[in-house]
Design a protein around this ligand. Sequence first.
Ligand SMILES: *C/C=C(C)/C=C/C=C(C)/C=C/C1=C(C)CCCC1(C)C
Length: 241
Amino acid sequence: MVLESLKIAADNYVAFTFFIGTMAMMAASVFFFFEMGNTSPKWRTSILVSGLITFIAAVHYYYMRGYNLETGDSPTFFRYVDWILTVPLMCVEFYLITRKAGAKIGLMWTLITASLVMLVTGYFGETIDRGNSVMWGVISGLAYFYIVYLVWFGDVAKLAKTAGPQVAKAVNILAWFVLVGWAIYPLGYILGTPGGLFGMQLVSDPAAASHSMDIVYNIADAVNKIGFGLVIYSLSRSSED
Ligand SMILES: *C/C=C(C)/C=C/C=C(C)/C=C/C1=C(C)CCCC1(C)C
């Protein structure tokens, strides 16, 4: 083990946010797992899934932190593995909290499928088939907008309205996460794509851009995963039964 490679320079904000991200995800997981015992049985599975999301992220962040420290590169592969596991679980949360209002298991599979299409096509565009990144980005974007549609206007939104004011409020906040918090990722994809959006040159220095994107992604992940779980946690506390 080379000790030098483990030192984080004071101005290395990328490594810093990877480190903080790891700790934040770990702490959030401990919190959700321990709070399960104090949660009414109705919401226990939802809190468990919140903990699984941050726990999976914590493990990936641990690896991404090490990878970035040793190579100085962006851990694109680990990011996508993390997303492929955690984003479908976030979709499961929408099903779990609207289930009491009659959500069918088919809705869960629709959301999971859309999220997998979004991430797998995104991965192709970002790594394996860079030359067609615009095409893959568009397909991925369509799957993303389908999820946005489902949580804002589709079955998820409709069920949430009949599930009582507290569930409706929580789903509304989570829908904002999907619309605004999740939009950061395609933005990073566009900025990192050679030629940028519609042939416009958006970034002149791809290496610097990828470092700033790591910082943005690390902050976005913390908000989207821990924040998402906390909205569900507060729903589990606010509800009377
Ligand atoms: C915790 C991680 C989350 C919530 C990750 C979400 C990722 C996305 C919503 C990614 C979306 C993408 C597009 C809509 C188009 C370009 C490719 C992606 C995969 C970056």
